[in-house]
Design a protein around this ligand. Structure first.
Ligand code: GLU
Length: 256
């Protein structure tokens, strides 16, 4: 399914990589994902956009309670980001893959000079077969000038580096025509060729299923990609091998 693509951005949500109860890395899952990445890394450029910094740091800040204030989230992110980078390094080292940490803000993707600098850095890493592991620079991003969700950040990264595929690993298989938690007859939309107001409404109805961004920001990400010639796959990250098990049946695919 993903063989035809050459430059792939994989976005991993907090709920896949961090165990929601223990607030620790989901190591077994990560190892399997890294095996998949190893398989594709040989003849493709892989870019990882990974959330989880706030979740990992929340054990220390406010003793695991729900973090509401921005400064608590920023402090948790600065603790968790070190752990996140460490885990990626540890897991991908087993596959002899080097990684680099790239933290970017909304401004970095909008102010031309910073956008060009970020693009050059990421492309240089890729030319050297180093996988960039990207997250929002949460510690400096304030309420007004932050993405807040990594779905749209990942789409802007895909646009920045001319990726041809964005994979959003989520905790659902894709976009449904109704909320599948409330409607037994909800059907998954397998292929989408245009994000219009009907698709956006479906995403809105599915809001309650997911964490921070939900389906709304995933559709917004797919729309950004579609406008830039990049396909998007929304698929369930909880599969044993999240990348190699991607098929049209268990995902929603947005074609650019
Ligand atoms: N940047 C946030 C973190 O690492 C995640 C944002 C999101 O939920 O996508 O915790």
């Amino acid at each position: 399914m993903i063989n035809k693509y050459k430059k792939i951005v994989i976005k991993i949500g907090s709920s896949s990589i961090v165990n929601p109860k223990t607030k620790k890395i989901n190591s077994k899952w990560m190892s399997r994902l890294c095996k998949d990445i190893d398989k594709y890394q040989k003849d493709k450029s892989i870019i990882i956009v990974c959330s989880g910094a706030i979740a990992l740091g929340s054990n220390i800040i406010k003793k695991n309670k729900n973090l509401r204030k921005l400064e608590d989230k920023q402090a948790a992110a600065s603790i968790g980001q070190i752990e996140l980078a460490h885990q990626w390094k540890k897991h991908l080292k087993k596959n002899k893959i080097n990684i680099a940490q790239v933290l970017i803000t909304l401004e970095d993707s909008e102010v031309r000079r910073r956008y060009l600098n970020a693009r050059k850095t990421i492309n240089t890493l890729l030319q050297n077969k180093v996988i960039p592991v990207i997250n929002e620079n949460d510690t400096v991003a304030t309420e007004e000038i932050r993405y807040g969700d990594n779905d749209r950040l990942a789409a802007r990264v895909a646009q920045m580096i001319d990726a041809d595929l964005l994979i959003l690993l989520s905790d659902v298989d894709g976009l449904y025509d109704k909320n599948p938690n409330k409607n037994k007859d909800a059907k998954k939309i397998k292929e989408i060729f245009k994000v219009n107001k009907f698709i956006e409404k479906m995403a809105n109805d599915q809001k309650s299923i997911l964490g921070s961004g939900g389906m709304v920001t995933k559709i917004a990400a797919a729309k950004i990609c579609m406008n830039n010639g990049c396909d998007t796959i929304i698929t369930n990250g909880e599969k044993i091998h999240p990348l190699s098990s991607i098929s049209k049946l268990n995902s929603s695919i947005f074609f650019a």
